[in-house]
Write a protein that binds this ligand. Structure first.
Ligand code: SF4
Length: 256
């Protein structure tokens, strides 16, 4: 977030303005919790029937959560939410047969220093493939375009670096599992780890400098339209207005 827009990071982590999860993010959270339950079962029991049972068991917790209540969904929208979650959950079968996976850990909390930078993360899944350790992270959104794949894999490479730091084993591969869509995979090499830790150090240094100077520049882009903090951000508001005018002009030109 800091690299995309330092101002947005400041609103979120310094000013601590509310940033409630949207419907898609919450449906993804629900899918994660159900898949965690599934992968904690014995291999042979990881079936559609089992996952349906876990979803039923987990649903009341989600339904009662303040984040879900805050969405204010009516009955039709709740049905759509459940369907969206179910599509993500069953999308695992498009990527693999869960009964063939040797799971070592799920939802592992990692807290270490990487290159002197404090790092905290939750690893969705560690599995053993032959004699290799593989780290996987579930994603319920759309995969990035190919040119951004290497950027998106950084998160799991940092998990690999954290596991290597905490334990006496280095993962061989990392995977982003875009449920129902595709897997993006990378080999874990010493060079790849050095690169992501270097970038983490650079970002951390920029954060510390921003905090010292109280300076968090806005980086307006077309994504400002989706930024929950845009009403607090003059640069973002201008960007949103510019984008709207641009769209109106295009529609007008087409109509003429
Ligand atoms: S509106 Fe745009 S520029 Fe402003 S904080 Fe959000 S992402 Fe950054």
């Amino acid at each position: 977030m800091f690299r995309q827009c330092p101002r947005r990071w400041k609103f979120r982590y310094v000013d601590r303005l509310p940033d409630p999860p949207g419907q898609a993010a919450l449906a993804g959270t629900f899918a994660h919790s159900v898949l965690e339950g599934l992968m904690q079962m014995d291999k042979g029991e990881r079936t559609f029937e089992s996952v349906r049972g876990i979803a039923k068991r987990e649903w009341p917790k989600m339904e009662r959560s303040p984040a879900f209540q805050a969405l204010g969904l009516d009955a039709d929208a709740v049905r759509a939410f459940k369907w969206q979650s179910w599509e993500a959950i069953t999308g695992l079968w498009d990527l693999e047969d869960p009964r063939a996976v040797d799971v070592d850990e799920t939802e592992l909390r990692v807290r270490v220093e990487l290159g002197g930078v404090p790092f905290l993360g939750y690893v969705d899944r560690i599995e053993i493939d032959g004699d290799e350790v593989v780290i996987s992270d579930y994603k319920s959104g759309r995969p990035p375009p190919p040119r951004f794949e290497s950027r998106s894999i950084e998160q799991v490479l940092l998990y690999a670096a954290a596991i290597a730091e905490m334990e006496s084993r280095t993962p061989a591969r990392v995977r982003l599992m875009y449920l129902g869509r595709k897997i993006i995979e990378a080999e874990v090499t010493a060079e790849a780890i050095d690169d992501v830790v270097d970038r983490l150090q650079e970002t951390w240094a920029d954060i510390l400098e921003g905090l010292e100077k109280r300076d968090f520049p806005a980086k307006p882009t077309r994504l400002c339209g989706w930024c929950v903090f845009s009403e607090h951000c003059p640069e973002g508001t201008s960007q949103v207005m510019r984008d709207r005018n641009h769209i109106f002009k295009e529609i007008h030109a087409e109509a003429v």
